[in-house]
Write a protein that binds this ligand. Structure first.
Ligand SMILES: Cc1cc2nc3c(=O)[nH]c(=O)nc-3n(C[C@H](O)[C@H](O)[C@H](O)COP(=O)(O)OP(=O)(O)OC[C@H]3O[C@@H](n4cnc5c(N)ncnc54)[C@H](O)[C@@H]3O)c2cc1C
Length: 378
């Protein structure tokens, strides 16, 4: 029994679940083999109102600026097994940048395309030489008197192969400006190129790429907010990004437990269901209990976020706890499937490969501990 949602959220859940079950789930293997999810699917999702719904109606959204809708969508993606990070990336990470840091002209140029699915956005912070340490970003944007000239390399960029618009973090170099800036680059810009589609061990349907920028001209009107304050903007948005991962982690772990309970009741060894051995029963009882605790914890974090009270260290703690628990859960669940757990045709195999990155992207578990540690005055 969850108390944070009302009827509107539950209706949204039903509609998202139906859409993903019909349109995404049957195509999982095709998309994983291709390493990319096709545009018609994304446009269909946008047409249903699942992309950028926090934007106001005049920009193609639904004015649903309530993270509980984001959470519902994140949960249903995991529960149905629809293999995409694009909803979380767009709704939970990029839309806040495009709504909160933009002026009217920028919003009108970019947001309607995102909400109708014609513009796939991406955010490029990580580089070959730095990921955890954003202060180490080496890409530069140098003001040449007319425009910013952006140069550098980015890697691990989600939706990088498909992206039409990339929000790029780079060191802004101009008199009186010191710090990171967020520069918006259309994929048609001269000097922008994509590298190869990266070959990942999980989340194979989601394209991930290297991106290169060589002297790309970025006009002043394509800068988000103040060019020296990029790090602050990133820090402001990271709590929602991390909460989104915590939401997916708990939903993923719950799903893994549910399918494993079915399995261990059916599968026999030594004349008994494998779930009836005390070692397994106890292991599952511990995980089930930890998941109940995690569910309450994450629902509380969602409530705090909706009320505008979720702090950076709360979000870091939520990501840390839930993604570590998700990993522990999927690993136990795979183990309890025996050899079948290692076979691609079993859902738990895909869940296991997909879960691993949750402890890495959006800030690693070690960095989450750093953030929580700092909040303790250490
Ligand atoms: C599938 C995938 C999708 C991604 N999507 C995006 C995206 O869309 N946009 C984007 O910008 N980035 C993206 N990333 C990048 C991701 O955010 C980084 O990989 C992550 O932040 C870690 O950075 P790194 O890989 O450079 O590791 P490093 O920073 O090199 O870290 C290596 C190891 O050192 C540890 N470490 C580092 N600093 C400390 C410390 N102070 N104390 C203790 N340990 C430490 C880390 O925890 C890690 O274990 C994605 C990554 C993956 C794998």
């Amino acid at each position: 029994m969850r108390r944070i949602f009302d009827d509107e959220h539950e209706q949204f859940r039903e509609s998202v679940n139906g859409f993903l079950t019909r349109e995404a789930v049957p195509r999982t293997e095709e998309w994983e083999a291709a390493g990319i999810i096709d545009r018609p699917f994304w446009r269909a999702a946008a047409a249903q109102g699942y992309v950028g719904f926090a934007a106001p109606e005049e920009l193609g959204g639904a004015g649903l600026d309530d993270f509980r809708f984001n959470a519902v969508l994140d949960e249903e993606v995991v529960r149905t097994g629809a293999v995409t990070d694009a909803f979380g990336l767009t709704n939970d990470i990029l839309i806040p940048y495009l709504l909160d840091l933009t002026n009217e002209d920028q919003r009108e140029r970019w947001v309607p395309g995102v909400t109708d699915g014609s513009i796939v956005p991406a955010v490029a912070m990580s580089e070959p030489g730095t990921g955890s340490d954003l202060r180490g970003i080496a890409s530069t944007a140098r003001w040449d008197g007319d425009v910013w000239r952006l140069s550098g390399s980015k890697t691990f960029i989600t939706s990088g192969i498909q992206a039409d618009l990339v929000v790029v973090a780079a060191r802004a170099i101009r008199d009186g400006v010191d710090g990171l800036g967020l520069f918006v680059v259309p994929a048609t810009a001269d000097g922008f190129t994509r590298g190869r589609k990266l070959d990942k061990i999980g989340r194979r349907a989601q394209d991930t790429a290297e991106l290169f920028f060589q002297d790309v001209a970025v006009p002043e009107e394509d800068v988000l907010g103040d060019p020296g304050k990029g790090l602050r903007y990133l820090m402001l948005n990271l709590p929602q990004e991390r909460l989104s991962m915590a939401v997916s982690a708990v939903a993923g772990a719950e799903r893994a437990l549910a399918i494993t309970l079915d399995y261990v009741k059916e599968r026999n060894a030594f004349g008994r269901p494998v779930g009836s051995f005390q070692a397994n029963k106890f292991a599952l009882a511990e995980i089930a209990t930890e998941l109940r605790v995690a569910r309450v914890f994450v629902d509380h974090a969602i409530e705090e976020h909706v009320a505008g009270r979720l702090t950076a260290d709360d979000a870091a703690g939520a990501k840390l706890w839930t993604t570590e628990l998700e990993w522990k859960t999927v690993d136990l669940c795979l183990q309890l499937h025996g050899g079948y757990g290692y076979m691609e045709e079993y859902e738990i195999a895909r869940m296991w490969r997909n879960a691993r990155v949750q402890r890495i992207y959006g800030g690693t578990s070690e960095i989450m501990k750093e953030i929580v540690g700092r909040s303790l005055g250490l």
